[in-house]
Design a binder for this molecule. Structure first.
Ligand code: ADP
Ligand code: MG
Length: 396
């Protein structure tokens, strides 16, 4: 897929609105809210610098943070982001008190050439997340802040929101370098994989991942499942899963997967406990011997062995979704084993998903993966559908 990339001509002397993913979680430090993790902030800096170097008059950063629900809530202000970005970039990032309106436009006009500005949380207005279609008025108000739009927010490009597809209707729009890198890596791995190609899918909800699993079953040589979503698959196969996390209303749909296909792998043994609790006694058992009062909380060692064999033969591996409730040590082994196997694999490894990346970072192994996507839902949607609402208008 070829995306429209900006050139010097497109941005020189222009006020560039840069849509970024600056959605961090805050913690309190000396009475101030500061980002817990600034990976996302660091990721946008090269784009800002590049725009300025290529002659952009002003760069206006735009993102949402958290879920303020369309209202102005102090704990979701972009203040802490602006402060950290200023420190990381060693230049002042001017935080504005709103993201639309005359005052905001005036402040942008009055800022010096070469200024970097950050709009206040775009979810402080209900128009960003409008439930009944795109809020055109909000999109126009956001677009009025600049002359040119650059979308570098891969991780938020799977939703048809005002701040992405809306703004694109009103301004000349281009793909940013992070977006291009993500789209290239993910479309390449799904359209042009080196075979055998393996997809490992785990995590919490089958309802959010069934679509992508169906696509992967067609495109990959092997698909291996784990995590809570495998529980619903086991149930669909008629296996007793006790009090495990399942989605009852997805059982019928799960049955539409080729459950007897030998290339679709599901756990053969599991780690169970009566409670999802760090002190709860655990046991390993074959699937089929889970008791009525037990929960499946991780994949077992035989499943890891089985998956190890497939991993060692694969030339391309796509991974999203932890194999178990890795946040609790007693249920982290399956996820940790898979992480280590991928880190040591000869295959190209493309991984993504909020919790998946967090689980890899815990072991400090993200550098051993070929590509770590910054998008979870966006990565899955791109794998499934081959495009996203936020990149479609940017196609060359
Ligand atoms: P990602 O963010 O990587 O896409 P998900 O959001 O789909 O992943 O799922 C991650 C969550 O799934 C983790 O918080 C983990 O605790 C949970 N999970 C995985 N396996 C199980 C299980 N067997 N039972 C309950 N929760 C599970
Ligand atoms: Mg998640």
């Amino acid at each position: 897929m070829k995306l429209k990339i900006y050139t010097q001509n497109d941005i020189k002397n222009k006020k560039v609105i840069l849509r970024a993913v600056l959605d961090v979680k805050y913690k309190e430090e000396n009475g101030e809210l500061v980002p817990r993790d600034d990976t996302r902030l660091r990721a946008i800096i090269p784009t800002v610098e590049d725009l300025l170097q290529q002659g952009a008059k002003k760069v206006i950063l735009m993102s949402y943070l958290g879920r303020p629900g369309g209202e102005c809530k102090k704990e979701y202000s972009m203040d802490g982001v602006a402060k950290r970005l200023s420190a990381l970039m060693d230049r002042q990032v001017i935080k504005l008190d709103d993201c639309i309106g005359d005052t905001v436009r005036k402040q942008i006009e009055e800022a010096d050439d070469g200024a970097v500005l950050l709009l206040e949380n775009i979810r402080f207005h209900p128009g960003e997340k409008s439930t009944d279609g795109l809020d055109e008025e909000y999109a126009r108000a956001l677009a009025a802040n600049g002359d040119v739009f650059v979308n570098d927010a891969f991780g938020q490009s799977h939703r048809p929101v005002a701040s992405i597809i809306g703004v694109m209707k009103y301004l000349p729009s281009y793909a940013g370098p992070n977006l291009v890198r993500e789209v290239n890596a993910i479309t390449e791995v799904i359209n042009n994989p080196k075979h055998p190609c393996l997809a490992i899918i785990g995590g919490a909800k089958i309802s959010t991942k069934l679509g992508v699993i169906s696509t992967l079953v067609k495109k990959c040589d092997n698909v291996a499942l784990g995590g809570a979503l495998a529980n619903t698959i086991l149930l669909a196969k008629g296996v007793q899963v006790g009090t495990s996390l399942i989605e009852q209303d997805m059982v019928a749909t799960a049955k539409e997967l080729p459950l007897t296909d030998t290339h679709l792998h599901i756990p053969v043994d599991v780690v169970v406990a009566e409670e999802a609790d760090e002190d709860a006694p655990t046991r390993i058992c074959a699937v089929g011997s889970v008791k009525e009062n037990e929960k499946i909380l991780d994949i077992g060692p035989d499943t890891v062995k089985l998956y190890e064999g497939i991993i060692s033969e694969a030339k391309t591996i796509i991974w999203n979704g932890p194999m178990g409730m890795f946040e609790i040590d007693s249920f982290a082994k399956g996820t940790d084993d898979i992480t280590r196997l991928l880190a040591g694999a000869k295959a190209d490894t493309v991984v993504g998903g909020g919790e998946t990346v967090a689980s890899i970072k815990r072991l400090n192994l993200e550098g051993k993966m070929t590509f770590v996507s910054m998008g979870g839902g966006a990565m899955l949607d791109l794998l499934e559908k081959g495009t996203l609402p936020g990149i479609e208008p940017l196609k060359e």
